[in-house]
Design a binder for this molecule. Structure first.
Ligand code: ADP
Length: 633
């Protein structure tokens, strides 16, 4: 087959341009990326060989080799791992599939200016392409384990690459960088220099569990070629005690396994001894990934068995509501052949999951107690996910509630825990009040808040979609019921309402007929019309029955593709408002009430709008209001 030339995918081209023109000073990260790819390839081959006896592959001495040639100015990173087939090279190397890289490009577009871009490149591994920061041509020679023919990939990074079959390729992959001319001013960047290579590997790749060897070194003193030197310690960080490992080392491991370029927010080591022994090293990232709430979000930890890498994204080790946690678990007594199905049912794995969950929650708790700024970041990024646990994990519900915080009307821009809320509750208040909605703004100005604001009663402001659900699941806290202020009848009577019983009765009588009539007029939209105790300023609001779904919850189910019948709601009128009083008056005085029907409809639409809802017939509403405004001129 003759050599073929292909074009890079658009995004890949953009990335390459950045790499080639990068003036970023910390180019060292390219070596970390190539070594990391090689290490993954070795992991994959070992596992494939364990699972398939018939695989024709040599796994006797899996390792990574670095070979520098100062005269030719090349550096080669070689592994004898899984390798790639011809088609795989095209797919994997010619396109950008890694979601981390895609996110990097998005960040880059945001940062725009060159300074921002440089900073990002430095912190972020962009994989294989980062080789183009230091090389003006890259050759990759690879052969997939078990296959006879190899593939050679070559590119100068300028829009195209060539692929050809190679008969002479050894198993695995070697990447040869044709380095840019040396900068005589800056010896620090000569990647053919032995000490430089040694330093970079030590700094970024020390924990890699395969030997990274430096080969082709100049002859030893006695004229004999010196044997290869292993540069990394290969010590599994999770097996070492915390005080033996530096933060930097932890962070490098985090970057290696998470493909995140930022530092983690929290590092959580755990060593479990006893009959079922394992070590874990977990990380809480500092940012929520964009796809955290999508169906195909890859969750889970890396699973090792006695230092042998078994799988990525092992879901069974943590519950879905901790899906943002990254890390490694290394178990002593599992079969190397475990499958995902077996893991889901394994009793030890379930125990592990329980222990790891508690460990993560307790580390959040100590963040909360010790470092409030970090806790605030944590909650901002992951609070909405963690709250899913309030619904699904009743065993840990108390622990979860203890580390949950919510926006509240108390204090400026305040947040509170439920415990703090309860502590502040006034005499006579029996319930924890909350309101749910799609945004802070819509609920801040919601008519449901009026009486509460007036009387200074604290209300929790819940705006995550999951809030609708957990409040029902949890029901109460320390014996105090969680009560939506937009549901059921609210009786603030004992809490400073001045109206007497007889005054209320009188009012009820006065409006009784109007209420009945409005209900008839709006029969399609509301199931009941009553006088409100929660309004002070607005003429009307709509509320739900205690066990009805709120509109936000209905929308959420619809967004998930589920059919939900429309729940009719209750219209509450403010008997103290001029418009409602006037309507009552007109209703009593007029024979022909046809003109009043529209007023009743407008009143209902205003109530829907005020809580951030949408009128059923926006154009009709606009026309009616415009006509009326015209008449006032
Ligand atoms: P990433 O490693 O972040 O996925 P890269 O651009 O570095 O992105 O690599 C893309 C893909 O190419 C890898 O996911 C892997 O499947 C494949 N690959 C890269 N290097 C090697 C290698 N040395 N051996 C086998 N496959 C490799």
């Amino acid at each position: 087959m003759p050599a073929e030339t292909f074009e890079f995918q658009v995004e890949a081209r953009q990335l390459l341009q950045l790499m080639i023109h990068s003036i970023y000073s910390n180019k060292d990260v390219f070596l970390r990326e190539l070594v990391s790819n090689a290490s993954d390839a070795l992991d994959k081959l070992r596992l494939a060989a364990l699972r398939d006896d018939s695989l024709d592959a040599d796994v006797s001495d899996l390792h990574i080799e670095l070979e520098a040639d100062p005269d030719a100015r090349t550096l080669t990173v070689r592994d004898n791992g899984i390798g790639m087939s011809y088609d795989e090279v095209g797919q994997l190397i010619g396109t950008i599939a890694n979601s981390g890289t895609a996110e990097f490009l998005r960040e880059l577009r945001k940062a725009q200016d060159d300074a921002g871009a440089e900073g990002l490149i430095g912190q972020f591994g962009v994989g294989f392409y980062s080789g183009f920061m230091v090389a003006d041509e890259v050759t990759l020679l690879t052969r997939r384990a078990g296959e006879a023919k190899g593939t050679r990939w070559t590119s100068r990074g300028e829009g195209t690459y060539t692929l050809e079959e190679a008969d002479d390729a050894p198993q695995g992959t070697s990447v040869t960088l044709h380095l840019k001319p040396a900068d005589p001013e800056n010896q620090l960047h000569d990647y053919t220099s032995e000490w430089k290579i040694r330093e970079v590997v030590k700094r970024y790749s020390d924990f890699i569990t395969w030997p990274v060897r430096l080969v082709g070194r100049p002859d030893g003193e006695d004229g004999e070629p010196a044997g290869p030197e292993t540069l990394n310690s290969m010590k599994a960080l999770w097996a070492r005690s915390r005080d033996e490992v530096s933060e930097d080392e932890y962070h490098e491991l985090y970057k290696h396994i998470s493909h995140d370029w930022r530092e983690p927010l929290e590092t959580v080591p755990l060593q479990a001894e006893g009959t079922f022994e394992y070590q874990a090293l977990l990380f809480v990232p500092s940012h929520a990934p964009q796809d955290l709430f999508t169906q195909d979000f890859k969750r889970g930890l890396q699973l090792y068995v006695k230092r042998v890498f078994i799988m990525d994204d092992c879901e069974a080790l943590l519950p879905p509501y901790l899906r943002f946690v990254k890390g490694v678990v290394d178990a002593q007594d599992l079969s190397l052949n475990v499958s995902r199905e077996i893991l889901q049912q394994d009793r030890h794995i379930r125990m592990m999951q329980r222990r790891l969950t508690k460990k993560v929650l307790s580390s959040v708790k100590s963040m909360m107690a010790g470092d409030t700024e970090r806790y605030t970041t944590f909650w901002r990024e992951f609070g909405a996910v963690l709250k899913e646990g309030l619904i699904t994990d009743s065993d840990n519900r108390d622990a979860l509630l203890a580390v949950s915080s919510f926006a509240t009307t108390h204090g400026e821009d305040g947040t509170t825990t439920l415990a703090q809320y309860v502590e502040r509750m006034r005499d006579g208040q029996e319930e924890i009040y909350y309101i749910t909605g799609e945004s802070r703004q819509s609920i801040d100005n919601s008519p449901h808040m009026e009486a509460f604001r007036d009387r200074g009663i604290e209300v929790l402001l819940l705006t995550d979609p999951v809030d609708e659900v957990w409040v029902d699941a949890v029901g109460e806290f320390e014996g105090k019921r969680l009560q939506s202020i937009a549901k059921g009848e609210i009786d603030l009577g004992a809490q400073g309402d001045e109206k007497s019983e007889s005054e209320r009765e009188q009012q009820a009588e006065e409006f009784a007929e109007l209420l009945g009539w409005v209900k008839e007029q709006l029969a399609e939209d509301v199931k009941e019309v009553r006088l409100s105790t929660r309004l002070t300023v607005s003429p009307a609001c709509v509320v739900a029955d205690a066990h009805d779904m709120t509109p936000a919850l209905e929308n959420m189910y619809r967004a998930m593709g589920q059919e939900v019948p429309r729940t009719k709601r209750i219209l509450e009128l403010n008997p103290g408002h001029g418009l409602v009083k006037g309507l009552n008056q007109a209703y009593k005085e007029r024979e022909d009430r046809s003109g009043l029907t529209e007023t009743a409809e407008l009143l209902h639409t205003l109530a829907v709008l005020a809580e951030g809802g949408r009128p059923a017939d926006p154009a009709g509403f606009v026309k009616a209001v415009a006509d009326r405004l015209e008449r006032t001129l």
